[in-house]
Design a protein. Structure first.
Length: 182
């Protein structure tokens, strides 16, 4: 298990390889379909963004409502492919990493490699457990989107797997090849 702070991802990405298990700590931003669309529109109009993409980590999640006394509700990953049309541009603007579930398009893989970024997978269906690693949660943009608003989270030892690395390693492609041989 490799312990990483979000501020180290750009520096450490060449050392990360598909299949590595990671415990991630630091600041991440939640963002899904609707928020990605709005951020893309802000980029297109030259307007300020809710957070700096340079070195940022996006978690594709839409947390459920927060129960009294809790920091956040269930916070599992959503399907990453829905953000693929936005991701290459975000990566080219400095995005360091993405967290979600599922495969990515070739254009996203190419942008990960080109920008020395990384795509992490979180465990789908374990949102109630994942929220235990989230120590703070603040809505920072698009509050009208409800669970899809952009939130600034602080994580401690959030368990992830490197799914696509900056060398082109890809657990989805490699896994498929492995099982096709058998």
């Amino acid at each position: 298990m490799i312990q990483i702070n979000t501020t180290q991802i750009k520096t450490l990405s060449p050392e990360l390889h598909a299949g590595d298990k990671v415990l991630l700590s630091g600041t991440v931003y939640t963002s899904r379909d609707a928020a990605h669309k709005r951020i893309s529109e802000l980029i297109g109009s030259g307007s300020p963004l809710p957070y700096d993409l340079t070195g940022a980590v996006i978690y594709y999640a839409g947390p459920t409502g927060t129960k009294p006394g809790a920091v956040i509700g269930s916070c599992g990953p959503t399907t990453s492919g829905r953000m693929d049309k936005f991701s290459p541009d975000f990566l080219d603007r400095g995005l360091a990493a993405m967290i979600g579930k599922g495969e990515r398009s070739q254009s996203v893989i190419d942008a990960i490699i080109r920008n020395k970024a990384v795509y992490f997978c979180a465990i789908g269906g374990a949102g109630a457990l994942a929220c235990k690693c989230i120590k703070s949660c603040d809505v920072i943009a698009f509050e009208d989107l409800g669970c899809e608003s952009v939130k600034k989270l602080y994580l401690e030892d959030f368990p992830l797997t490197v799914a696509i690395d900056c060398h082109g390693g890809n657990i989805f492609a490699e896994g498929r090849k492995k099982y096709q041989k058998n």
